[in-house]
Design a binder for this molecule. Structure first.
Ligand code: SF4
Length: 679
């Protein structure tokens, strides 16, 4: 797009890709984004990654959905908004009448704004009378939320993205930070270049492994043995912070007892790392204020919550919680994953983590929303909804901005389940894999067309401004939900992003004190106290409502393990140049050139074992399906492990992963352990 800078206008907004939440000044000419510049405010302070800087051309992509679609005899036809919304509301009413709210499910979205997520769950809870509301955080960090809610209090990052730059000691566990949260990864790299110590726990090398002081390349699923062994060393060498433990925690004696057998020798045997490295990592971790970043390498396991609890124990015994540059920090993947959780896009909570089964909360919400008979029972989760659909017990599914036909485990099961629905509605910006299966498709707005707020992974609530106006007949997502509310007979009084934000702040104690004017120049981190945001949580330890909990956790083996027939472990993850299901990044030429196709990474030991070489095609087969793709040699992958990025529809790795075994508390599927054979 030809332009001169004097011809453009500049609009500042929040990046629509990852949870770092970089602030971007977009230059716009003729309703088209022509350039992106990093803003000099937190959290990115002048930095952008390749996706933020160059990944915006999908906004004007010719494949954008521009009008509603209705499927007839297996073929989509163009429909008017009136037709599409009438069909949806008729089916909704019929399903409510014939089967009740439990037969209806709704997937909200970590890509949509807080205002959209809040209104979406309000509509389904208050009007449709179902708590079957969930979103894809279920598939990634709900284990972290569950664990940290219990051990510390808040199920979110305790510290801030911008603190990464000045870290003293950094532990990165199960998180390829330079690819998944690139700007934060850069800050950590700078910290290490300035002298910070770095410990990495992973099943394969990441971009920072070479500069790490210790790289613990563990066997899949053995995190607890390793972290407990670090706790063991810190206790036996008296490297812990006794005063902090006595004053602020409970459960130390039980923890001490529980880690007795988790010696460095035991970790060496179970995790496949040297015992000296375990000792070295424990000594480094306890040598100064340490921050922990954790990712889906921890959470997407049958014992995901326990993995996070183990890291929380480690941080607490060293007194790292409630300190700048410390804490336990789960890194949220999507631009507004944190916000979707905060807004109650979960089956068991209203906004601000207020429990649906608490009678006082129910009464408060009924009064505030002016509705009756809110369900006092928690709804079901993403994977449970798919199971219910497969049994013909759920008839109607509304999907806003999610693509379960790529993100969910055991995709063949998902695909056949979705065929059972009476009506599948998908609201999205492109005809995604899931939208292609829908009965009704509603064209939605992308991040650059929205007005509202996103919350970054560090609890920073930030403004989202309209950079360009949407194409064709596309309606603002908020307006689509408002129209559904109107047609279903609910009188929603607040109808603009700002008034809806004010409404949600009023009913959500966690958001008390927030307003558009407060976050106008630079975002503010919740909770807001006396008009000021909280950069790191738990600073005033004397003010803790309860002491932090040290909770013993034991290593539990995965249910599905390798055997003679399926002798290798498959693990999945992300790459820098693509984003989630590629619905956006896959429509940006520059990003595709950098990472155009799927591949299977393995080291040369494994290649030798299976008599293949770099660049050969390979079929990976699990108990649920098979995919064929190209081999890419990567020496840094753990022996016996094959790694495949999950972005590509041409090799749907989630056809292999399982949905049978869920983490018991958070119901997160075990994506990271999948026994396979290689053919
Ligand atoms: Fe966007 Fe994340 Fe890159 Fe920042 S790091 S520019 S938020 S994708």
């Amino acid at each position: 797009h030809q332009f001169r800078h004097w011809e453009t206008k500049i609009v500042k907004t929040t990046c629509g890709y990852c949870g770092v939440g970089c602030q971007i000044n977009f230059e716009v000419k003729d309703n088209t984004i022509v350039e992106a510049h990093p803003a000099l405010v937190k959290p990115n302070v002048g930095l952008l990654c390749v996706k933020g800087k160059f990944g915006f051309s999908y906004v004007n992509h010719p494949e954008r959905l521009t009008h509603p679609l209705i499927k007839e005899n297996g073929v989509f036809r163009k429909a008017s908004w009136n037709e599409a919304l009438s069909l949806i509301t008729k089916k909704l009413s019929d399903t409510m009448k014939n089967y009740g709210g439990e037969a209806i499910g709704a997937f909200s979205s970590g890509k949509c704004t807080n205002e959209e997520n809040y209104l979406f769950q309000k509509f389904f809870r208050g009007v449709v009378k179902t708590n079957n509301v969930d979103h894809c955080s279920r598939l990634c960090h709900s284990s972290s939320s569950a664990a940290l809610g219990k051990t510390l209090g808040y199920g979110a990052m305790s510290n801030s993205v911008h603190e990464g730059f000045d870290s003293k000691v950094v532990l990165i566990s199960g998180e390829n930070i330079r690819e998944t949260h690139p700007v934060l990864g850069t800050k950590v790299k700078h910290a290490v270049q300035k002298g910070a110590k770095l410990i990495i726990i992973d099943i394969r090398d990441i971009d920072l492994s070479e500069i790490a002081d210790v790289f613990l390349k563990i066997n899949p699923g053995t995190d607890i043995a390793l972290v407990n062994a670090m706790v063991n060393v810190i206790i036996s060498e008296r490297l812990y912070n006794k005063k902090y433990i006595d004053e602020n925690t409970e459960g130390f004696e039980a923890l001490k007892e529980s880690v007795k057998d988790y010696t460095p020798e035991y970790a060496e045997k179970i995790c496949g790392v040297s015992k000296d490295d375990v000792i070295k990592a424990a000594r480094i971790y306890s040598s100064d204020v340490a921050t922990t970043y954790l990712g889906m390498g921890n959470t997407q396991h049958i014992n995901g919550s326990d993995n996070v609890t183990a890291l929380s124990n480690l941080a607490l015994i060293c007194g790292n919680v409630g300190k700048e540059r410390g804490g336990v920090n789960p890194l949220r993947g999507q631009n507004n994953a944190q916000g979707a959780c905060d807004m109650g896009a979960f089956p068991d909570i209203y906004s601000g983590y207020q429990k649906v089964d608490d009678p006082k909360v129910k009464e408060k919400m009924e009064k505030f929303w002016n509705v009756e008979n809110l369900s006092p029972f928690a709804g079901i989760t993403v994977v449970e909804m798919i199971d219910k659909i497969s049994k013909n017990e759920m008839k109607f599914l509304y999907v806003m901005g999610e693509n379960p036909l790529m993100t969910d485990p055991n995709l063949n099961h998902v695909r056949s389940a979705l065929k059972n629905l009476d009506l599948l509605v998908v609201q999205d910006i492109f005809l995604t894999e899931t939208a292609a299966m829908a009965d009704v498709v509603l064209p939605a707005t992308c991040f650059a067309e929205k007005i509202g707020t996103f919350v970054n992974t560090g609890r920073r609530v930030q403004r989202v401004r309209q950079v360009v106006t949407p194409p064709g007949e596309v309606k603002m997502d908020l307006d689509i939900i408002l129209e559904l509310m109107d047609r279903m007979g609910y009188k929603q009084i607040n109808r603009t992003p700002e008034t809806i934000f004010n409404e949600l702040c009023e009913v959500t104690p966690l958001y008390s004190g927030l307003s558009y004017s407060l976050i106008e120049d630079e975002g503010v981190q919740w909770p807001v106290i006396n008009g000021v945001g909280t950069e790191f949580l738990y600073e005033d330890l004397s003010n803790l409502k309860r002491k932090f909990s040290l909770i013993p956790v034991e290593l539990v083996n995965s249910i599905e393990v390798v055997n003679d027939e399926y002798p290798y472990y498959l693990s999945t993850g992300r790459v820098l140049y693509q984003y989630h299901t590629r619905s956006m990044s896959g429509r940006v030429d520059g990003l595709n050139e950098k990472c155009p196709e799927p591949y299977a990474e393995m080291n040369s030991n494994l290649l030798e074992k299976i008599s293949k070489k770099d660049g050969d095609m390979i079929t990976i087969k699990s108990r649920r399906g098979e995919i064929t793709l190209k081999i890419k040699i990567r020496e840094g992958v753990k022996d016996g492990v094959v790694f495949v990025p999950f972005h590509f529809s041409s090799a749907l790795v989630n056809e292999l992963t399982g949905s049978e075994f869920l983490e018991p508390i958070s119901k997160t599927p075990e994506y990271k352990i999948c026994p396979v054979k290689l053919i």
